[in-house]
Each structure stands twice: as C-alpha cells, then as structure tokens.
Design a protein around this ligand. Structure first.
Ligand code: SF4
Length: 373
C-alpha cells in the first residue's frame, strides 16, 4: 500500500519543531553553510534566528548555486484567472463564497481573447487559476477548455481545487504539465480556523494532494505556505522543506517548485497573524537554494518592486510579471473581480528590461513543444 506524507506529518510536533529551530547555534549554522549536501537539520539551522547574522554569506552561496544550476536565465510565467467562483470560505481570500463580489467564469470566446492577449505580451508559459467550485469550474469545464488553451502555450500549469489521481492523469493527457497546491499552513488548528466552509476544510485531503500528483506522473509540483497565516513562518517552511524532501525521494521523476506567498490585502480579508521582515524572507528563500539547488524558487507579484528587483538577481529562477488576478483581466481590466491586490504592478516588458539590465536573460517559457512531453 502506498504511504503518503501524512504518516511523516503525524510524527512531527509543531511546538517541538519551534523549540528546535529557536535553539540552533552559530556553530550549527556555520556547519550548514559549509555543507555541500544539506540535511533537514542543516536547513533548520539556516532558517533559525541564529543564522540571521550570516545572511550575507548565505545569500552569496545561494547566488553562486543559482548561477551554477540555471545560468543567467530566469523563466517567466503568468496566471490566467478563469473563474472567481468558489464554494469555500477562506478568511484571507477575496474569492470566498460569502464575499458579495461580482462573479465571473470565462466562456470559450473570453478564454481565447485572454490567451491571445497573453501571447501578445510574449508569454508561452501559463498558470490556470480558478476558485474551488467543482460543479461549475470542475472537470467538465477543464475537459472542455484545456485542449484549446494548450494550443496557445508550450507549458500549462494549474492552481485549482485538489483532484483525484485519475483526474490528474486525465488532465495530463490533454495538456497539463504542472500543479501548484499550497498547504496554506501546516499548523492544523490554524488551518481549521481559516477554512470555514467547503472541501478545503479537509486538511489531509489537501496535504496528500502532492502524493496524488506524484502518483499521476505530473511533471511539476509546486509547494508553499501562506506566510502570515500561522504565527510561525519558520515551522511552516521547515514542514514545506520536509514535504519536498519526502516527495523528491518518492516521486523522483517530477520537478518541484517552491513559492513564498505572503498574505496580501483583499476584500473582507484578515490581518496576518505574524510578519516576516524582508531580510528574513531573503534568508528563507536562500536557505531553500542551499538545501535543494535544482529546485525552482518562484516569486509572484505579491512582493514589492524594490524587493523583487533585489532578490531576483540573487536567487529567483521563476517569476510572474504583469499579472492580473481577475477573470478577463488581460483583454479587459475589471478591478472589482480581483482575488488580491498585486504589489508589483509593472508590466512584463518593464520587468524583462530590468532583468536584462541586471545581466539576466528572461525566458518566456518552461518547455518547448518540439521537445515532446
Ligand atoms: S483561497 Fe482558493 S479556495 Fe479559498 S476562497 Fe480563495 S479561491 Fe476559494
């Protein structure tokens, strides 16, 4: 019988992990920085408060590893919001069912207009996003529209409700390359406080989604936690790292991506339970590069232009730019429908020019059609 990450998760204790992270010493940090192959204990040291004085050294090593593995390239993607319908209530999200916002699901004509607008920017790497509404934006909607969308793009990822193994296998056949599924928080009591209605209340169904993706042979699996939801980002991201280690060993044919979303303002949204300073966010992202040099580290437009301009040349190898977080936002901008307010509102063209000025090559795709899938 297949095991799942749940079995590892249930042996871990959140409070013990917090104590272990906080008690890491300078010697343990130095050992982690000097290691060529890091353990999860080393990672724990790198994200600990004891590592903060070593930020400059950690960042330099992270940059060196990034250039070694990815050269000077940074790949770009953009989200296409197909629908803001949602049957869930999440306290931090503008698409929550109880929010009295105008709802919209794109039809075929509108989807084509969006795809053409996105292609005209230069993007060939797309992330499909929907709220979680299985009856109206579920498998039959994906079956109907994904083959058409796929014709426009050489790689296609999605961030929608967690599905079954059979459903992922079916979507893979019609063009799905990757799935992002963030646990939001690995602290189960906090998770239950913030997910008030719908299927997303099932913590373990979500926790086991990356296992189902691995079993379905999905090429790229994206993990992350929503920083600010729990009161301890260090424990949350130690558990993201544990999840990644487990998945890499078990589903070694898949590629992995880590994201670092922070809570952003939205209609009816909450205030963060904790904050992470920008220097600590740099520490966290760089620690992942030292732990897993080959893994994609991704940054969205939730972050400020200043922060993005500084961290992209350091360690990021995948980012979004010029994003619209509302259905129909590229062909026709309807601000009232958006999921959250983006922070970096500069155009993709501007971001690409900034990257070129920093000596980086923007790559507008993740894969080439002629290479096969
Ligand atoms: S986070 Fe996702 S599931 Fe929750 S309300 Fe927003 S769109 Fe729906």
């Amino acid at each position: 019988m297949m095991t799942a990450f749940t079995e590892i998760y249930q042996q871990l204790d959140w409070h013990q992990l917090a104590i272990q992270i906080n008690s890491k010493s300078a010697q343990e940090v130095e050992k982690a920085i000097c290691s060529d192959r890091l353990s999860l204990k080393d990672f724990m040291a790198l994200i600990s408060p004891a590592a903060y004085p070593y930020l400059e050294v950690i960042a330099q090593k992270a940059q060196k590893l990034t250039r070694q593995r990815f050269g000077n390239t940074v790949s770009l993607y953009v989200p296409l919001y197909l629908s803001n319908l949602c049957a869930n209530d999440c306290t931090y999200c503008g698409f929550s069912m109880h929010n009295p916002i105008k709802r919209k699901t794109l039809n075929e004509t509108e989807i084509m207009a969006e795809c053409e607008a996105i292609r005209s920017i230069g993007y060939n790497n797309l992330l499909l996003v929907t709220g979680e509404h299985p009856s109206k934006v579920g498998m039959s909607y994906f079956r109907q529209h994904m083959p058409l969308i796929r014709q426009y793009f050489s790689s296609l990822l999605m961030e929608v409700q967690p599905l079954t193994i059979a459903e992922y296998r079916e979507l893979k056949k019609i063009g799905l390359d990757g799935v992002l599924v963030y646990q939001e928080t690995y602290h189960q009591p906090t998770y239950q406080q913030h997910h008030l209605r719908g299927k997303k209340q099932d913590f373990f169904w979500r926790l086991e989604t990356p296992d189902r993706l691995g079993q379905a042979g999905i090429d790229k699996i994206g993990l992350g936690a929503l920083i600010g939801l729990s009161n301890n980002w260090r424990v949350d991201y130690y558990l993201v790292a544990s999840h990644l280690f487990y998945l890499q060993k078990k589903y070694w044919k898949s590629r992995y991506s880590i994201s670092f979303p922070r809570i952003r303002a939205c209609i009816g949204g909450i205030q963060p339970a904790s904050t992470i300073h920008e220097a600590e966010l740099v520490q966290l992202i760089c620690a992942f590069r030292l732990l897993a040099p080959e893994v994609e580290l991704s940054l969205s437009t939730r972050e400020s232009p200043f922060f993005r301009d500084n961290i992209i040349p350091l360690v990021i190898n995948n980012l979004s730019a010029g994003s619209r977080t509302q259905p129909g936002g590229y062909a026709d901008n309807h601000q009232a429908l958006e999921q959250f307010a983006t922070y970096d509102n500069r155009s993709a063209e501007t971001i690409a020019q900034i990257m070129l000025n920093a000596g980086l090559q923007p790559v507008w795709k993740d894969w080439d059609n002629h290479l096969g899938r």
